[in-house]
Design a protein around this ligand. Structure first.
Ligand code: AMP
Length: 609
């Protein structure tokens, strides 16, 4: 292995990276640094986040800059604002002792004027998302004729996000005599097209086997019926009380739904996907980084911008189609010398996919049974006892209160005292799980397997289908508790927008949306009037709630995002686990930072209920 010095890294950069604790080059750095320090060298590197790729290109890029020329000499393109800021921050760290080097992050959603002003003052390295850079090029505010190094970071993700044309446009502006380096976690066909078009005899570097799995990651799968998938997820989360992980879903809609369910059920969770505004995504990521949230439900693309090293679990709520994507996801755990677990919750039909992934990653999955109530209670109990053992006792502060506590508990033996403590914490959990049915892997040939579409609620217990009162029609509306509404608010909204008296029946407020009954003769009128209305700047949408035959789930067409059924355990969790309460707090915060709804303070809510 060579040292950074032997790779030709300049002394001022060496000093900075040594301060950052970089003692020896990582494999990708050993390959890429000397190559990029040369001229007209193109590289395709198949390397994932966490391999040290930013320094691999960042160090030579900085070193090739001529500070006296106040023109952009290096261009780094990346898919998301988060990555853009992260890369720019890393470059600033590496160049701490390179006087006057200017690195400018250029991304959408922030003031273009201040970016233009910085460009006017002179910038050496631009780190950009393609959309905003195109905008700046269109305004003739950025010159590319001195660019000697172009880096496409997470190229596959930029293509996934539809930046192919923008990349074409940008590369047309850059001189042909430059180094070009393309980093990608996967190598789809479109990448091959780019490399063919823009690169000259690129050197290919693969860090680790293309799909090779990290040694520190265990792979497990649970087979469940579709209707049990969410319940299985909760049991897995319950079984690992200290879980800190990402739950990957396939679509934005599913991501939001699962996160909403988890929050509603009292878990410390939140969602991350492309439909959230930048400020919302920043806020969620920050909460996750500081472990204010234990479970982040995310799409693949949105999770790319997140750099967290100590995840205990990655859960695939939906398996991806490509082995490479699976590997990329699961590689987010088991980092920095720690072990991690990658868990797939699958349907029996997906077992073939598991076999394919096994072949691709060269590792076997362990098939596991969903933990039963007893196992979960045991795990939670031991985790609690563990905390009890390790709790820091603030001797000074607590001493003055102890005599009266001792006096009050004098009559109790140690055993009794412990039993009471445990009962206080666990009675409701144990009660909940006492009669909870086991979640078994489906047997396609059993009647149970075929009963999937039957009358079971999310928690597997039979529920009576909700009946609308005779003479009434049940309507769905896309505003819910998260918008800070109460039944009387909804009534006000209806009265304000619908002429004449409206005969209302039952109102059910849910987290993101609600249902209300109106006299059937008025349903059309109410829908057409309400559909013209706005609530807190958002278009109101009302439609007839569809009742699923024989089941308790109902959906309101395109907006019907979730089942109405509530899990009884939600109240258990909220009252039992202090930590879970943070989930509630998060939810309130989230409500507030989702802008349009944040008019009511959490305390107001309490007063009203
Ligand atoms: P990256 O793949 O660029 O996101 O880097 C992953 C992590 O490895 C980051 O936290 C870097 O700061 C760290 N890192 C990069 N190169 C080295 C090195 N040579 N020695 C130690 N840590 C490094």
């Amino acid at each position: 292995m060579k040292t950074f010095e032997e790779l030709g890294v300049a002394s001022e950069i060496l000093k900075a990276i040594q301060e950052m604790g970089y003692e020896n080059p990582m494999p990708v750095q050993e390959e890429v640094i000397p190559f990029l320090l040369g001229e007209m060298n193109d590289v395709i590197a198949l390397a994932q986040t966490g391999t040290g790729k930013t320094a691999a290109y960042g160090i030579p890029v900085i070193q090739c800059i001529d500070i006296r020329k106040k023109q952009p000499q290096a261009l780094i393109l990346c898919p998301t604002r988060e990555l853009c800021l992260q890369i720019a921050g890393d470059l600033q760290d590496y160049s701490k002792y390179v006087d006057d080097l200017k690195v400018l992050p250029v991304y959408g959603g922030s003031s273009i004027e201040s970016q233009i002003n910085s460009l006017k003052r002179g910038v050496h390295i631009i780190v950009a998302t393609p959309g905003r850079l195109i905008d700046l090029i269109g305004r003739n505010t950025v010159r590319m004729d001195e660019v000697g190094n172009v880096i496409l970071d997470e190229a596959d993700e930029m293509l996934n996000m539809g930046f192919s044309d923008s990349i074409d446009e940008i590369l047309a502006e850059v001189p042909t005599t430059r180094n070009m380096l393309l980093f990608s976690a996967t190598m789809p066909a479109e990448i091959a097209k780019i490399t063919k078009k823009y690169m000259k005899q690129p050197r290919e570097i693969v860090i680790g086997n293309k799909n090779e799995s990290n040694e520190n990651v265990k792979h497990q799968f649970y087979t469940v019926q579709a209707k049990d998938k969410y319940l299985a997820l909760k049991r897995i989360a319950d079984y690992y009380p200290s879980i800190y992980g990402i739950i990957f879903c396939r679509t934005r809609k599913e991501t939001q739904e699962i996160a909403d369910h988890l929050i509603e059920d009292g878990y410390s969770a939140d969602s991350l996907h492309g439909e959230l505004s930048q400020a919302q995504r920043d806020s969620v990521m920050q909460k996750f980084r500081i472990k204010n949230i234990q479970l982040l439900v995310a799409t693949d693309v949105a999770a790319r911008g997140l750099d967290v090293d100590d995840l205990t679990h990655v859960i695939h709520y939906g398996l991806p189609d490509e082995t490479e994507s699976y590997n990329h996801r699961s590689g987010r755990t088991g980092r920095a010398g720690k072990t991690g677990t990658s868990i797939a919750i699958i349907h029996i039909k997906e077992k073939g996919k598991i076999r394919l992934i096994e072949k691709g990653i060269g590792k076997k999955f362990e098939e596991r049974n969903i933990p039963n109530g007893k196992a979960i209670c045991e795990k939670q109990l031991i985790a609690w006892v563990d905390k009890l053992e390790k709790v820091k006792v603030e001797e000074e502060q607590i001493t003055e209160f102890l005599p009266s506590v001792f006096r009050k508990l004098e009559w109790l033996e140690k055993d009794d005292l412990l039993k009471r403590l445990v009962s206080l914490e666990f009675n409701r959990l144990m009660e909940y799980y006492r009669n909870a049915p086991e979640i078994k892997a489906p047997d396609l040939y059993s009647s149970e397997g075929r009963r999937e579409a039957g009358r079971e609620g999310r928690d597997g217990r039979d529920r009576a289908p909700r009946r609308t009162q005779p003479g009434f029609t049940r309507l769905f509306v896309n505003i819910g508790k998260v918008d800070g509404i109460y039944p009387n608010t909804l009534i006000e909204v209806i009265n304000h927008n619908v002429r004449g008296r409206v005969g209302l029946g039952k109102i059910d407020l849910l987290q993101n949306f609600s249902f209300f009954e109106v006299e059937s003769s008025q349903a059309e009128k109410v829908m057409s009037s309400m559909n013209k209305a706005e609530f807190l700047g958002r278009r109101v949408s009302v439609e007839i709630a569809q009742e699923k035959q024989g089941g308790d789930r109902e959906r309101g067409g395109s907006y019907g995002r979730r089942s109405e059924s509530q899990d009884d355990y939600s109240s258990v969790r909220k009252s039992n686990f202090a930590k879970r309460k943070e989930g509630d707090r998060n939810r309130v915060n989230r409500t507030n930072d989702r802008g349009s709804f944040g008019t009511r303070k959490p305390t107001d809510r309490k007063k009203r209920y």
